[in-house]
Design a protein. Structure first.
Length: 255
C-alpha cells in the first residue's frame, strides 16, 4: 500500500479494517503501516479536535500534547505512536512521521485551518502526494475542503456552524485565534467520487471486504478545481437537507 518516495495522507475506518481481517486492533494496524513505510516516504493522518470557542461556557481548550483526536481510533493511535509529531492548530491538527515530517511547520496556526499556509496546503504542494481512503467513503476526503479554498468560494467566509453556538475562533493553550474561513459539511463530498472515477485513475484495491482507494493529489486538484469554480454548490448537500450547507446556499443565492 505504501511505496517509495511518496507522501501520504491517510483516512481510515477501523470498523471496516477489523471486519476485513486486515488487523485486529488499532495498534496492530498502525504498527503495520509504520513497518511498511519506506525510509523515503512520509505518512500523515488528521488529528482534528474541533476546539472552537462556543457561545456557551465549558468548551474545550486545545492542548497539543494531551487533547485526543476526534476523527477515529486509528488516527488517535497514530498520534500516540513513537516518532510522530503533531501540528498545533487548535481545530484541525495533523500528525506526521517519516522522511519529510519536519517539512511541515508544526507550530504554525493560520486563519484558514485547511487553506493557505496550513499543513494541508504544504502537503498538497509536495511532489508525489497521495491520499489514501482505507475503508472510508469520500465524505472523509479532507483535500476537498482545500479545493474549496483554492476555488475562493465567497461562502467560506461565513461560519456554517453558528446555529450550534460555534464561534469563528479557535482556542488553545497558546491563546485564541480568529478563523476567517471555517470548513463546512463534508457529507456530500461523496459526489466527487463519480467524477474522479470517470476522468482519472482511481486506484482501488481490496482486502476481503475492505476497499482501499489511493488518489494522486495534483491530479485530483487539476480535475476538480475548475469544476468547483464553475459550480460553487458542487460539494454542498442539497438545499433543505443540511443546515451548514443551507447557510452557504443562502450566501450563494445572493451573489
Amino acid at each position: 500500500m505504501l511505496q517509495e518516495n511518496r507522501h501520504y495522507l491517510l483516512h481510515s475506518s477501523f470498523k471496516e479494517i477489523k471486519q476485513s481481517g486486515l488487523a485486529g486492533t488499532p495498534n496492530e494496524f498502525v504498527t503495520m503501516l509504520l513497518n511498511e513505510l519506506p525510509e523515503t516516504s512520509s505518512l500523515m493522518m488528521p488529528a482534528f479536535t474541533y476546539s472552537f470557542k462556543k457561545s456557551a461556557p465549558g468548551y474545550e481548550i486545545f492542548d497539543v500534547v494531551n487533547t485526543p483526536s476526534k476523527v477515529g481510533v486509528v488516527a488517535e493511535t497514530f498520534r500516540c505512536s513513537h516518532n510522530v509529531i503533531r501540528s498545533c492548530d487548535p481545530t484541525h491538527s495533523f500528525c506526521a512521521t517519516g522522511a519529510h515530517k519536519n517539512y511541515f511547520d508544526q507550530f504554525t496556526i493560520t486563519n484558514a485551518p485547511l487553506g493557505k499556509g496550513s499543513i494541508l496546503d504544504k502537503f498538497a504542494q509536495m511532489d508525489n502526494a497521495y491520499v489514501i481512503l482505507c475503508g472510508t467513503d469520500f465524505s472523509s476526503f479532507t483535500l476537498l475542503h482545500y479545493i474549496e479554498y483554492l476555488a475562493e468560494l465567497p461562502c467560506l467566509k461565513y461560519n456554517p456552524w453558528e446555529y450550534l453556538g460555534v464561534l469563528a475562533e479557535a482556542v488553545s493553550q497558546r491563546g485564541t485565534f480568529v478563523r476567517t474561513e471555517i470548513p463546512g459539511c463534508s457529507k456530500s463530498f461523496t459526489k466527487a467520487e463519480k467524477i474522479l472515477v470517470e476522468y482519472i485513475a482511481v486506484n482501488s484495491i481490496f482486502h476481503n471486504t475492505l476497499r482501499i482507494v489511493t488518489l494522486n493529489v495534483q491530479e485530483t486538484i487539476s480535475l476538480l478545481l475548475p469544476l468547483v469554480k464553475s459550480n460553487p454548490r458542487l460539494l454542498l448537500c442539497d438545499k433543505g437537507t443540511c443546515k451548514p450547507c443551507d447557510t452557504r446556499h443562502k450566501i450563494l443565492d445572493t451573489l
